[in-house]
Every structure is written in C-alpha cells, then in structure tokens.
Design a protein around this ligand. Structure first.
Ligand SMILES: [Zn+2]
Length: 438
C-alpha cells in the first residue's frame, strides 16, 4: 500500500482484557520514518485489514500457508508455524465479512431491536432475583472535570444505586459481577469512594459478589448478562457491541440478542475459571460519610464539619486548583475559614494551600496572609504549574485537617466535589465526602 519494503514496518501482538488481541504496528527505523502515520493518513486500518484478507485468501487454496500466500524468504524460519485460516476467520469477523446473521443461533437467541440495553436489563430484573453480569471493568475512575456539574450523580453512580436498591428491595436477591479487571476502590478519588459507599452494604450482606474472569474469556461468545441462571424463566443477553465499555456505563451494549437462559453444560463452561474477588475496603464504614446537596439546597456547614468542634488543628491543608484563581474564589475561601472558626477551638497554626499557578496571585495571597495573621495563622501557598512542560495534574478538591503536625496519618480528609466556592453557593449541587482517621 505504501510501496515500501515490507521490513520497514513491523508488528507485535498483545492480548487485551476480555480476550481480544491487539496488533501494534511500528516503523522499524529508529525514531520512525513516518510510515505508520502515512498508513492511517492516506488509507485506513479497514483498508489495511482488507488487504490482509486478500493476502490470506490464498489463490492456490492451500491448507495452512504456501509460497503463493504467506511464505517468503524472510519468514523461512517460521514456515512450519504459519496458518492462515484462523487469522483469516478472525479478520473477517473484525470486518464483519461473511458472518452468520445470528452469531448466537446455537443458544436459540434472537436479535433485540433496541437503542439501549440498560432499561431492558432493569425490566428483566423486576422479574428476577439473581443476575450475573459480565464486563471488562466496573467503571472508569475519572479525574473530575472541575467545571462539570453532577459530581455525585454520574452515570456509573446512578447505575450502582439502582443495582444496590434492587438488591435491597427483595429478599434473597443476588447480583454477581464478573470482570476482566478487578475493581479498585480508593481514598484518592471521590467518585470511587461514593461508589464504595453505595456498594459496601450489599457486599457486606453477601448479596453482591465480584468475580475475576480468566484472561481468555471470550466476551462475544458468552452472555453479557444472565438472569435467574439455572432456573425456569432464565434469560440470557448477548452483545456483539463494544467490548471495552465498563459495566456501570453500559451493562448491555447494543446490538443485542436475547435467549432463554443457558443449559447446565453451557452454564458450567461460561463460569469456568472465574475466581471470587474479595474487595479490600478502602475505609471502615464508620469512618466514611457522604452528603449530597441538590442545587438550591441550604448547606449545613456546622454538621458537615462537626468534627472541627472543640478541636484544634496544627495544619489545615487545602488542595484545590482554583482556590486562589480570582477574587470570588478568594472571598469564598475566607468566608469558609470564618465559618469554621465558629467551630474549632483555635485557628490552625498553619494553612497550606496547593493551587494552580495563574501567575497573578501575589496580591490575593498577600491579602489572605494579612486576613489570618491576627489569629496567629501562617499561610503557605504552593503554586503548581498546570500548563507547560512541568505541569502537574491535580483535580480532586480536598481539605485535610491534621491535629498533629508530625503525624500525617491522623487526619480528617474532606473531599468537596465542587470546591469551596460551590459548597458555599447554594445555586450549585455539591457533594461532601468525609473520611476520618483520628
Ligand atoms: Zn497459500
């Protein structure tokens, strides 16, 4: 396609989660000659794969490989290993060439005409008390977009809540989530903590269970979801849709097929090699609290920050990229500190602020230092570049209250999903997640 020597471009293979191979093309010249770029610019991957199908569709009709199709001087050493058939079948599947109209005929599945799978799954759940869902991952843990609204009502959280509510609303209900990559709930990310907050009661009572899928699991060959497995009225859902959508984003990607549940032998084969995954709790339930405010709802600061009452902190650390961006943010910060001052026993010795460097914050910082100086508080600002070659990415907005300067493990961490200004401004929605480790 490029009129270059074949050896100027090489390829390597790896297996992606969910049992799919990924082929990586690269230029063999050090630094790259730009051939791969040229290939995608002038042609397309589809063209390339079609060319590959032509090459593999041997005119001599050989069984494995011959000089007409694959064998040449350069690959002499691997002639014995070359087998064009499975690659040809795979490429045709990728290109949707010569495919059976119903890939799930052996399960007696029929296509489902739907734009979205999630409502179908929940309709089915109303008639079920046991569901098994298979997916590559639970959810993409995103760093938050600081401008976005609805931090605690993201699509994954909404789905997690629906699932948790379904589990809690009938006795004996069970959900098994089988994932290629085990979920990781972490203190570092507010969305992940909020998810944990929704799911841990169900993990604790045993109604929710995680499994790890074997590497070789073929997601397109087995159901994505199965209700009431092994029972009368069982239903299986299949999808040829995207294989990398996380469970809590789209549990049933379209296009979809639906069949009566699996036969006993198929059920055993479907579940073979699954390993139970026991989640390590990121935090003790009693140490975590979560509060959501809708837009227009009055904030209850004395309650949200009740841990400050009669406490003294050596350091209060505020990490917020926008905390000192402009005068409005600065006023919000000052007002926030003044409201906390009604709760805490004495002002902290030090307030550390980590924020982005706008290059124009000197006067705001000076004003802040003067404002808290009468309370005996020192302000230490660390400005990090968020643009340019030395940029540091940080998004989560949190405030850390530390009673003892030398013991950073004893602390209360408050994740404010919209930042201090949005927390104080009732117009916005906002979430407060508090993690105590005192
Ligand atoms: Zn051949």
């Amino acid at each position: 396609m490029l009129n270059i020597e074949p050896r100027e471009v090489a390829a390597t293979v790896r297996t992606r989660l969910f049992g799919y191979p990924e082929v990586i093309l690269y230029d063999t010249v050090a630094g790259g000659a730009g051939y791969c770029r040229m290939l995608v610019d002038r042609h397309s991957m589809r063209d390339l794969l079609r060319k590959a199908v032509e090459s593999l569709d041997c005119q001599a009709g050989c069984t494995h490989a011959c000089r007409t199709c694959l064998q040449d001087y350069d690959n002499q050493l691997v002639w014995e290993k070359l087998d064009r058939q499975p690659v040809l079948a795979w490429l045709k599947r990728v290109l949707m060439m010569d495919q059976a109209p119903n890939p799930y005929a052996r399960f007696n599945a029929s296509p489902v005409d739907a734009d979205e799978g999630t409502p179908l799954l929940f309709q089915e759940l109303d008639r079920s008390n046991h569901v098994v869902v298979v997916a590559p991952t639970l959810c993409t843990i995103r760093q938050q977009d600081p401008g976005a609204e609805g931090f605690l009502s993201t699509a994954p959280l909404v789905l997690a809540r629906r699932l948790a509510a379904w589990l809690a609303s009938g006795s004996g209900r069970r959900a098994e989530l089988a994932l290629a990559q085990s979920p990781n709930f972490t203190l570092e990310n507010s969305e992940s903590l909020a998810l944990w907050h929704e799911l841990y009661p169900r993990l604790a009572d045993g109604s929710l269970k995680f499994w790890t899928l074997p590497r070789s699991f073929d997601a397109k060959g087995w159901p994505r979801a199965l209700t009431n497995p092994g029972k009368v009225g069982s239903v299986a859902w299949f999808s040829t849709g995207t294989v990398n959508t996380p469970l809590l984003e789209k549990p049933l990607p379209i296009p979809l097929w639906r069949s009566p549940g699996l036969l006993a032998d198929d059920l055993t084969a479907f579940r073979s090699g699954w390993k139970e995954f026991v989640v390590v709790p990121p935090v003790k339930p009693a140490d975590l609290s979560l509060r959501e405010y809708r837009a227009g709802q009055t904030r209850d600061l004395p309650n949200d920050f009740a841990f400050c009452r009669a406490q003294g902190f050596a350091i209060v650390r505020i990490e917020d990229p926008y905390a000192l961006d402009n005068d409005w943010q600065f006023r919000a910060l000052l007002s926030f500190l003044e409201q906390l001052a009604k709760l805490w026993q004495k002002w902290p010795a030090k307030i550390e602020i980590k924020t982005r460097d706008t290059g124009e914050q000197n006067s705001i910082i000076g004003e802040l230092q003067r404002a808290v100086k009468p309370h005996g508080t020192v302000v230490d600002v660390r400005r990090v570049p968020t643009k340019g070659p030395n940029r540091v990415d940080f998004h989560d907005r949190r405030i850390i209250f530390q009673p003892d300067e030398k013991n950073a493990r004893r602390r209360v961490t408050v994740l404010l999903t919209g930042g201090i200004d949005r927390y104080l401004d009732h117009k916005f929605e906002c979430g407060v997640i508090t993690h105590r480790s005192l």
